[in-house]
Design a binder for this molecule. Structure first.
Ligand SMILES: [Mg+2]
Length: 387
């Protein structure tokens, strides 16, 4: 759902005004007593292989977290960098929660962004509301989701193109109806021509496999193509609709403009150009956004600065006609934070899904059905740390 700035201001004002006084009082009553940090174990449902830039990703993972506890016993937690959350805890210990965060506004100046998500969770717990409602509930509760777990699976031990296709089937059975396929084999792991040919073969095979089943394909070459490689790839899959092309090459204004124009004139007019995940050059990306060449802005949900910064930038993106799809790769926690951003402020057309299993984390109630994820209505983010 797209909003312009005026709609944002009206909707945010209408949502925030009647509740504001009672909410402030409740947040004033809670004082931060302590901050705990640690790491929680989780795993992906299968071994994840290489992408264009990185070697094997493995399967067993750990998420750093911080947990904020008030003198009244309320607990908020979220993924964070433990050593930084330890380092700055004097910023928040002894403070009223109302001094640190407010509904619709986010964190106060001077509060480290590494507490942003945990403070949003805590605010939701204290006010007994899901985070998306505290952001204004301007989006939709159900948002399209894609699996971001289709890597260079043919290079895994015992891997093959058949295994890669079986992994796509697994994700389809899980509820995904969009698959993001890692490409860029020509960059590092294959001889150039062979890698490009394999990228084309993989995408053609997936398209063939899911014919008639309404599956959307996205591709991501992690900046490992040249602009010419990106065009050669698209020529090779001509006739296959692509939802987006992510990080086709290292972004520059000139290359981005030429590429957008080329896609428009060569059968990929409806394919979004998505960028900004890796070492984002904001000047370049926003210039491409203003000229209508960039379609989707991708910085990480946590790394970009948490919900406060995302909520701030969203009206500017919407004004330019640029959608957001914050990067979440690695953890389902981040997928769920983005579900709240999407339901809270809108302008998120599709979310990166990361399937995870864990004994240390209860990931809450976020069902994925027919390609959509539904945001949890439990207080805060509605997820629990069991460790
Ligand atoms: Mg990516």
């Amino acid at each position: 759902m797209r909003f312009n700035r005026r709609q944002f201001v009206i909707a945010a004002g209408a949502a925030a005004a009647p509740m504001a006084f009672a909410q402030k009082n409740a947040l004033e009553e809670h004082i931060v007593e302590r901050v705990e940090t640690g790491k929680a174990n989780y795993r992906w449902p299968r071994f994840v292989g290489k992408n264009a830039r990185k070697d094997f990703h493995g399967q067993d993972k750990r998420a750093g977290y911080c947990r904020i506890i008030t003198t009244q016993g309320a607990v908020g937690w979220a993924e964070s960098l433990p050593w930084i959350a330890e380092k700055f805890k004097d910023q928040i210990i002894g403070k009223k929660v109302s001094e640190l965060i407010a509904p619709g506004v986010g964190c106060s100046p001077g509060v480290s962004e590494h507490y942003d998500l945990a403070l949003h969770d805590l605010m939701g717990v204290i006010l007994n509301k899901p985070v998306y409602q505290l952001l204004g509930a301007m989006g939709t509760k159900e948002t399209s989701i894609y699996s971001g777990m289709i890597y260079f699976d043919e290079l895994n031990e015992g891997g093959s193109l058949g295994q890669l296709l079986a992994n796509c089937e697994w994700d389809f059975d899980y509820g995904y109806r969009a698959l993001k396929v890692k490409i860029g084999r020509s960059g590092k792991w294959y001889p150039h021509a062979e890698g490009l040919a394999m990228d084309i073969k993989v995408v053609r095979s997936i398209h063939e496999q899911f014919k008639g089943r309404d599956v959307t394909i996205l591709v991501d070459s992690n900046d490992q193509y040249s602009p010419d490689d990106a065009k050669a790839f698209l020529k090779g899959i001509d006739g296959i609709p692509l939802y987006w092309f992510e990080e086709p090459f290292r972004e520059t204004v000139a290359d981005g403009r030429v590429f957008r124009k080329w896609m428009n004139e060569n059968g990929f007019k409806d394919t979004r150009y998505a960028d900004g995940e890796y070492d984002a050059d904001d000047d370049v990306l926003l210039e491409l956004g203003r000229s209508g060449d960039l379609d989707v802005y991708l910085p990480d949900i946590r790394g970009y600065g948490g919900l406060t910064r995302w909520v701030n930038v969203m009206p500017k993106l919407a004004d330019m006609g640029v959608e957001a799809s914050p990067h979440t790769w690695g953890s389902k926690l981040k997928t769920h934070y983005v579900a709240h951003l999407a339901a809270g402020v809108g302008n998120v057309d599709i979310i990166e899904g990361v399937t995870c299993l864990s004994d240390d984390i209860d990931f809450g109630d976020y069902p994925i059905e027919n390609g959509k994820i539904r945001v949890s209505d439990a207080p805060g983010f509605g997820m629990k740390l069991l460790t």
